[in-house]
Design a protein around this ligand. Structure first.
Ligand code: SAH
Ligand code: CA
Length: 213
């Protein structure tokens, strides 16, 4: 299910900042060489993450789910001088590609790239985060939220991607597959959490934007 009319999206993209050469190249290489290229954030969402990060001007960002580095490169654009983006992915096969693009983007010093299971790695990162982007395996979204919550400063943000799961969250609860159920219960968990303000933004595959009070 596409949430935005195709022509409207094309018009919006045509009147938005162009994708940088490096992001274009990363987009192309991901589509040519990597499994499931649809997972890459892409031009529209990448622009949004770039803008959000520039609005927040974070010192410390945590990204759960690096994939080929597209969203990470976008999020890193808003980092303060000396700021750091910590990004985690379990897929070691992507390491060379990710490191090559971080290097080309001049971000080697700004990004700490961890390879392993985010459930194990998050507790080892002793930082306070201004912004967290959750975009790894859907079944663990609630666990990631609980793991990071105390590490997010008051007034900090947690953004979770794919929370509309191509519209499958509208299905009958008894017919939902495991990932859809996990996402639906994550959305409900946020909605019932009075420690935060939140909104579900129906852009691309849905972004849950959460602000810790
Ligand atoms: N944020 C990227 C896309 C991420 S795709 C972008 O927008 O461009 C989801 C990624 O989560 C995949 O690369 C997958 O390897 C990773 N992942 C899945 N389970 C994980 C886990 N338990 N810990 C860390 N990463 C995981
Ligand atoms: Ca995603």
């Amino acid at each position: 299910m596409e949430f935005i009319d195709e022509k409207i999206e094309a018009y919006a993209l045509a009147h938005s900042q162009a994708e940088s050469d490096i992001l274009k190249k990363l987009n192309r290489e991901t589509h040519a060489n990597v499994m499931m290229p649809r997972m890459l954030s892409g031009h529209l969402q990448g622009n949004l993450l770039n803008m959000i990060s520039k609005m927040i001007q974070p010192k410390q960002i945590l990204e759960i789910g690096t994939y080929t580095g597209y969203s990470g490169i976008c999020l890193a654009q808003g980092l303060q001088e000396n700021g750091k983006l910590h990004t985690i992915d379990i897929n070691e096969e992507l390491e060379l590609l990710v490191r090559k693009f971080l290097e080309e983007a001049g971000l080697t010093n700004k990004i700490n790239y961890y390879i392993g299971n985010a459930l194990d790695i998050i507790p080892t990162i002793k930082e306070t985060f201004d912004l967290v982007f959750i975009d790894a395996d859907k079944k663990n979204y609630s666990a990631y939220y609980d793991l990071v919550f105390e590490k997010v400063r008051s007034g900090g943000y947690i953004i979770a991607d794919n929370v509309l799961w191509s519209g499958k969250v509208l299905g009958a609860p008894e017919k939902m597959d495991a990932d859809t159920k996990a996402i639906d219960s994550f959305n409900k968990k946020i909605h019932n959490d009075n420690r935060v303000e939140h909104m579900l933004l129906p852009i691309r595959d849905g972004l849950m934007i959460v602000r810790k009070k």
